[in-house]
Design a protein around this ligand. Structure first.
Ligand SMILES: [Zn+2]
Length: 261
């Protein structure tokens, strides 16, 4: 955990500090080593949320985009009596979970049911093979009438299969925390796999990082229902459109034209 309570304030881990877990009120100890990011831990490596995964720099850099009191929100599970820690929960009751390690579809579904309104942000830089597959797939995708929205025919060739049937939007962050490659707009863009299918086609949306942060600060949902797109029936979709035509990215509440791809 990033925060513990000391004198009823949420404090980050520092050498020698002891505090109380904001979830279970048991003592927690600051772990400030060189291997893992500084964090708080319960005695004997006990964890009070069995869904918790060790945090990375990537988790922390994402969390830093949101106020501290939106981070690590403990939510009671009335079925099991357990508590689970939402990475971010906004005042609009949107939960954002930053997922670095693998999660199987059964576990993923349980968490989606628990949080109800959640956006996953997946560390797409963890496995080296994921980005080249995605890039190849999105360059072959079909354009929709709505700029930035694409149809993908064979999503299992584009995305890690454990995310394909998610009932919530899944954002892939292929950049991770590595230095940005200025020319690779595809890697720098966040790519959202939408839960809805349109006539069996998978819908993928490119979204700028700042836009994502802005929308999640201000809205309960990433996309409104009316933004769903229908396939173009009269004009067959064009292949490889991203090579031939400018790309549009949603930034600061409007669509911006990108010159390079
Ligand atoms: Zn605890």
């Amino acid at each position: 955990m990033r925060f513990a309570r000391i004198n009823n304030k949420l404090i980050e881990a520092e050498h020698g500090l002891k505090g109380l877990c904001p979830g279970c009120s048991q003592p927690v100890f600051a772990k400030c080593g060189e291997q893992r990011i500084w964090h708080w831990a319960h005695r004997n490596n006990r964890i009070c949320d069995n869904w918790w995964e060790p945090e990375t720099e990537w988790h922390r850099s994402w969390k830093n985009n949101y106020p501290a009191d939106w981070q690590e929100v403990f939510l009671p599970d009335e079925q099991t009596g357990e508590k689970h820690i939402a990475d971010i929960r906004t005042p609009h009751n949107l939960v954002i979970e930053f997922q670095h390690s693998h999660i199987n579809p059964i576990e993923r579904t349980i968490r989606e049911k628990f949080y109800q309104n959640i956006v996953w942000v997946v560390d797409g830089s963890r496995l080296k093979r994921d980005y080249p597959r995605f890039r190849k797939g999105i360059l072959k995708s079909k354009r929709t009438k709505k700029q930035g929205f694409y149809f993908v025919d064979f999503p299992d060739e584009v995305f890690p299969t454990n995310w394909l049937n998610s009932s919530m939007p899944v954002i892939f962050d292929f950049r991770g925390i590595s230095a940005t490659e200025q020319d690779d707009i595809i890697r720098n863009t966040l790519w959202c796999l939408l839960p809805q299918r349109v006539e069996n086609l998978t819908v993928v949306v490119g979204i700028g990082r700042e836009s994502f942060i802005e929308i999640t600060h201000n809205k309960a949902q990433l996309f409104q229902e009316k933004e769903q797109e229908k396939p173009q029936r009269k004009q067959p979709p064009t292949m490889n459109i991203m090579r031939r035509e400018p790309q549009y990215i949603y930034e600061h509440g409007r669509w911006k034209r990108r010159q390079r791809f």
